[in-house]
Ligand binder design. Structure first.
Ligand code: F6R
Length: 360
């Protein structure tokens, strides 16, 4: 049931304020994160494995686990991990992220770690799935059924669940105080409201998407925690609009991809006004100096400082920089959705794609 929406994808994008609140309510009781079943003082290393959009959630979480908890983290896509036969040293917790819980490569990677890792943890949407059943600890993301082939609400709910896990690790390991934990939880609690505000960029996204639909190639750039969002924006766009899109860490631009930039290539820069903003501005200027058309996605401060000269801007709400990746999923989704609508492609059933990839 599309509940009056044109596509499941549109419905699932719009549902995010409410399902994110469900995820937070599931894991936060009386102002505290519930026991997630892992003692992070016993953990020497976290190894996270997933595919596609779920793997971008692990890539964001790597920044959180490293910066907040000081925990060494390895990440890999499941299809590479499973055949590489990586050593699993003592003290490793292996964590698998999967919406369906049935992705063949992710399941095979989990089975490879069974008996080798100290603990098998999964972050899943389907509690009765194979990946959930074969885990020591299965953490549900409470996103509700996701029908659209392009993952949207599952991604943001995965991020919130992983953020709570990283905060738990940081607090247990004495890296953040009770007061710091409480302040991070307040920020996360504000996320459903901010996502709701961010959905107001839909009309602007639609106008920009009408232009993006004419492009053959589109580049996405992001730094730090925003790099995985650039990857997610490019994947979403490719999947449903069939436009060639690539994402780079902004600092990599001058190491090759800048050769692609000319006036026909929109370059989408995802850059909240955070500690790396100035660096992103320099990268934007490099693009503009070569005639590239920059779409800058940022907040009011970012627009005031760097909006001039950009081809277009998308005005996002202010957000705690640590959790900005959750909020910036919204423009990634809306731009892809409206570009696909402008091109007339099948949004919910894109060609060649299946919702659950149960073959290798
Ligand atoms: C992208 C998308 C895919 C999935 C990937 C993993 O929009 O939906 O990239 O994220 O196939 O699927 P799950 O999470 O079910 O393991």
């Amino acid at each position: 049931d599309k509940a009056g929406f044109k596509h499941f994808m549109a419905k699932e994008i719009a549902e995010q304020p409410s399902v994110l609140a469900d995820t937070l309510n599931h894991y936060i009781k009386d102002g505290q994160i519930t026991d997630l079943g892992i003692d992070f003082n016993q953990v020497a290393r976290l190894s996270m494995v997933a595919c596609g959009t779920a793997s971008y959630a692990t890539l964001v979480a790597k920044y959180w686990f490293e910066q907040l908890a000081g925990l060494p983290v390895d990440i890999d896509v499941a299809s590479e991990f499973r055949y590489r036969e990586p050593p699993i040293p003592a003290g490793t917790v292996a964590l698998f992220v999967s919406q369906s819980g049935e992705t063949a490569d992710t399941l095979a990677a989990l089975r490879y770690c069974t008996g080798k890792a100290d603990k098998i943890v999964s972050v899943i949407n389907v509690p009765e799935s194979s990946i959930a059943r074969e885990s020591d600890v299965a953490l549900p993301i409470i996103a509700g059924a996701e029908i659209g082939v392009a993952s949207t609400k599952a991604f943001t709910c995965q991020l919130v669940t992983l953020a709570l896990l990283a905060l738990t690790a940081a607090h247990q390991r004495g890296k953040i105080s009770d007061a710091e934990l409480a302040s991070h939880l307040t920020d996360l609690r504000g996320m459903p409201g901010l996502v709701n505000q961010a959905l107001a960029i839909e009309e602007d996204s639609k106008r920009i998407a009408a232009k993006l639909a004419e492009a053959r190639d589109i580049l996405f750039l992001g730094r730090g925690r925003m790099f995985p969002l650039a990857l997610e924006g490019a994947l979403k766009l490719k999947e449903i609009s069939y436009i060639h899109a690539e994402a780079y860490a902004s600092g990599e631009l001058k190491h090759g991809p800048i050769a692609l930039v000319d006036k026909t290539v929109p370059v989408i820069v995802m850059a909240p006004h955070d500690e790396l903003f100035d660096k992103s501005v320099s990268n934007m200027q490099e693009v503009m100096a070569r005639g590239g058309k920059v779409l800058l996605i940022t907040d009011a401060r970012g627009i005031a400082e760097a909006g001039d000269g950009a081809w277009r801007t998308l005005h996002m709400p202010e957000v705690a920089p640590l959790f900005a990746p959750i909020l910036y999923a919204i423009p990634a989704q809306l731009l892809a959705y409206h570009t696909a609508l402008a091109k007339g492609t099948d949004v919910d059933q894109p060609r060649n794609l299946a919702k659950s990839v149960t073959v290798e």
